[in-house]
Design a protein around this ligand. Structure first.
Ligand code: GYE
Length: 346
């Protein structure tokens, strides 16, 4: 559509310059494009679209796929948008390139789900100089001047981590293991990503309240199933008495479960190792129903409509809340998961 817009602009420019030529009495004007209704409609429709560049992290998890889908189904031409979508393959340098290309294309809004929190000042300054508002979605950025972005919408990752820790304390207590020494490992997300930083911190807050909980090791599984499996394989080789695995997303948990089974151990509510994840994607419900995963702490990826609401308010000249947290729940095997699953949107 951008090409269409550009070619319409070029066509109009040509018409103007041709008209100028004609009035100047120079060469005979070429026939002007027909003024038919259709042509005008195309031009005004295309011109009315709000162009949004979305610098997406990648496609590393089910959560991310649902997030991409939420943007693609919200920012449609029927809804009045032209979406320029970029998948950075989990690399900050690619996201920076994408943002620069959005600036060059003079989009109306830039939306970023920043892969990590730091290192954005320069490119955000460039967007500011170009007068393009930046909206952050999902993960956060640490910038010295928070005027560099208009608003942020996402999950409260520290709270998610704390909810996970509190759930574990209750679960162990209910099993009569409240004062037992509990050995844990964490498969972290992408190091430096808000979801990793917040979940590690939140769980750490609860860990600090339990002298009998021992965190043996923490390593990044990059939020992917394959890396989660790899990290769990190495944990199982290094430690022979793991009681709990905290996986900072569900996909890492699926990989960890495969590694546990391959090592001849069991997991889930009736197994040797307690496994928990974050996100609450549909596959996590299936894993809990299968008796593999113990619990999942929700993180809602459906940010497309939330970002669209922010843009609509800005278009109307209204103010927007700078920080917008989404409410989130958790799910475990004590719940009626078979009834809940069909209603899950992701
Ligand atoms: O938990 C994970 C994804 O930033 C909240 O990124 C997001 C996280 C989500 O890859 O699955």
């Amino acid at each position: 559509m951008k090409k269409k817009v550009l070619s319409i602009i070029a066509m109009l420019a040509m018409t103007v310059s041709m008209a100028a030529c004609g009035s100047g009495g120079g060469e005979a004007p070429a026939p002007a494009p027909t003024d038919g209704e259709g042509g005008e409609e195309v031009s005004s429709d295309a011109g009315d679209l709000i162009t949004v560049g979305y610098a997406q992290v990648g496609a590393e998890s089910d959560w991310r796929t649902a997030n991409t889908e939420s943007f693609k189904s919200t920012f449609t031409e029927e809804n009045g948008y032209k979406l320029i979508f970029d998948d950075a393959q989990q690399k900050q340098e690619n996201q920076i390139k994408a943002i620069r290309s959005f600036i060059q294309q003079d989009v109306d809004y830039i939306v970023v789900a920043p892969v990590v929190e730091t290192g954005w000042e320069t490119v955000l300054e460039e967007a500011k100089e170009a007068g393009i508002p930046v909206i952050l979605s999902d993960r956060m950025m640490q910038v010295s001047d928070d005027e560099l972005y208009v608003a942020w919408v996402g999950g409260n990752f520290v709270k998610e981590g704390e909810t996970c820790g509190e759930w574990l304390a209750d679960y162990l207590e209910a099993q009569g293991r409240g004062s037992e020494e509990i050995n844990m490992v964490t498969i972290q997300g992408t190091i430096g990503a808000s979801a990793q930083v917040g979940r590690t911190e939140g769980f750490g807050n609860i860990l600090a309240q339990h002298d009998n909980w021992k965190m043996l090791d923490m390593q990044s599984g990059e939020f992917t199933q394959s890396k989660g499996q790899e990290v769990m394989e190495s944990f199982l080789k290094s430690y022979d008495d793991i009681d709990v695995v905290i996986c900072e997303n569900d996909n890492e948990a699926f990989g960890a479960i495969d590694a546990i089974k391959a090592a001849g151990k069991t997991c889930g509510p009736n197994g040797d190792i307690i496994v928990v994840g974050f996100d609450s994607v549909k596959a996590a419900f299936e894993s809990m129903i299968a008796g593999d995963l113990n619990a999942t702490f929700e993180c809602n990826p459906l940010h497309g409509p939330r970002v669209a609401e922010i843009i609509q308010k800005l278009e109307a000249g209204e103010s927007v809340d700078k920080i917008q947290y989404v409410d989130e729940a958790y799910f475990d095997t004590s719940m009626d998961l078979e009834t809940i699953l069909p209603d899950r949107a992701y």
